[in-house]
Write a protein that binds this ligand. Structure first.
Ligand SMILES: [Fe+2]
Ligand SMILES: [Fe+2]
Length: 188
């Protein structure tokens, strides 16, 4: 693996350890690592630029984890922090711009490259890989009651699926439907 990726990964693991919140949520193991692994797989499969996808998935939520700026703008602040980190390692300017675009557009902005699509898809399907993070969000973070939490989780999964790229929708449709069936099928 490229040296730059190892360095940024090590830095990110340190940042997530330093920023574990009161509930001890481990951002690296419960979210970032999943997005990184899924993104890497998709980048190989779609013959995209693996290095760009690796760096962007590792850094995509950095502003959220470090609690820099409002949460709704963590894509914008995250892109700025990523630029600082990558410049420190003398990473080429045009590659930094590409990583920044992936981070900036990882939520619902239009995408202009396959790498941007992959980062957003990997982020969206991370909940399909670890449903417990959704329960954590609903019960611990948002303190919802049981009925509200069920509704929240269902909406979140539907929203995640809707925002997938056309490629992602085809690839993850079966998995998504299985999850909905498993969680909510009995009383729908
Ligand atoms: Fe995010
Ligand atoms: Fe994320």
């Amino acid at each position: 693996m490229k040296e730059i990726i190892e360095k940024v990964k090590a830095e990110m693991i340190e940042i997530t350890n330093e920023n574990k919140n009161k509930t001890n949520f481990d951002h690296w193991n419960n979210h970032i690592r999943l997005v990184y692994e899924r993104g890497h797989e998709l980048a190989i499969e779609r013959k995209a630029n693996i290095e760009i996808v690796d760096l962007a998935t590792i850094l995509h939520d950095i502003a959220r984890i470090k609690e820099v700026g409002p949460i709704e703008e963590h894509n914008k602040y995250g892109a700025e922090i990523a630029e600082k980190i990558l410049s420190k390692y003398n990473y080429p300017k045009e590659k930094i711009e590409h990583v920044k675009r992936c981070i900036y557009n990882h939520q619902d902005n239009p995408k202009s490259s396959v790498e941007e699509e992959i980062v957003a898809d990997a982020d969206a399907v991370s909940h399909f890989d670890d449903l417990s993070t959704l329960y954590y969000l609903a019960f611990t973070m948002l303190k919802l009651d049981f009925t509200q939490a069920k509704k929240f989780i269902k909406n979140k999964l539907e929203f995640d699926f809707k925002k997938l790229s056309p490629y992602g929708k085809v690839k993850y449709k079966e998995r998504y439907e299985k999850i909905l069936e498993m969680l909510f099928g009995y009383n729908e």
